[in-house]
Design a protein around this ligand. Sequence first.
Ligand code: PMP
Length: 397
Amino acid sequence: MLEHLQALPTDPVLGLAAEARADSNPEKVDLTLGVYMDEDGLCPVFAAVREAQQALVAEEQTKVYMPPAGDEAYNTGMRRLLLGGDSRVLAEGRVSTVQTPGGCGALRLGSEVVRAASPGARVWVSDPTWPVHIPLLGSVGLEFATYRYYDPASHDVDFDAMTADLKKARPGDVVLLHGCCHNPCGADLSLAQWAEIARMADLQGFTPMVDIAYQGLGDGLENDAAGLRLLVERLPEVIIAASSSKNMGLYRERTGAVLFVCEDASHAANSTGHALAAARRCYSMPPAHGALIGGRILADTRLESAWRAELEGMCTRINGLRVSLRSALESATGRDYAFIEREKGMFSFLGLSAEQAQRLRREHSVYMLDSSRINVAGVNAGNVEYLAASVAAVLGD
Ligand code: PMP
């Protein structure tokens, strides 16, 4: 039977990351994957994670299955982190939460619930968006529509084009929004723009689904959730897919949550029921390790403040890298790279052609996607000048 399968092409991002790993040039610069890296090029384990993990291992009595909705301490902590401790919808009991295998699992369960509630739903995705959104949501059987988002000329959000396209979203449709640190472009909505999206959702009856995988890595934990909180405050219904991969560094532990903010508690409970049924069809119970660690951190004031401080350090470092990258590129090329400082989070497009990105790999061992999306967190004091000189070389400056 299996001999009938055709070989599939490798995933373009993972394939490129493997190519970068195999490159033996000591000067190589790997900016492919969306993984935070420190000055030594390592993706560190947070000190709070290490501590919570040690306590967990020392105290763990059983490996019995997790409850279907996951760890309650983690889910409670995530609700507070995403919506704010004083959130009205939390007090009103209008939010239900299911712990998922990473943000991917949250997107998948969220889409399953959308499909159950509105089988003809179209999901509106930004152009561009994280490419994995399409197979992840599409495999549930949902249709897609695209809204224009990023203007390569201004390196900014083209909000007029975005709202012109979203005028066509109907009741029962879902608009997928990046909560912060847009992947791949780094250009985020202003609070006034979030307010306009909330007004349109209210008027037109579409449901926002907010994918928030980088909270705390753009402008701090609270500011990065401000747009999401505004939607939740003003609308009867918002779906949230959250990840602890980046902001807790729990990537391989597959830790995330899907939240359903609904008009009332019974709709929230029904949404959870459908999410749990979908989980049962796919993988049954969620993984334990990451959520038990995250839950311990978020339930312990001291550990939480240590985690927050370390995350703030990463955020400050990324924003500092944006300043030094801008300056190095401007000196090497004489061009304007102010947009790199304006953008948020781990990603930016450098504005190169696919051919230039390929030459960077071939001739300079500098690895970025063909779209010229870079992981800013892969830049460091030791490679920034080489990176800028390589970019200048392929630009012909
Ligand atoms: N959404 C976006 C935009 C992402 O970039 C990612 C991770 N690259 C995710 C969701 C999901 O992350 P994970 O499943 O690793 O938690």
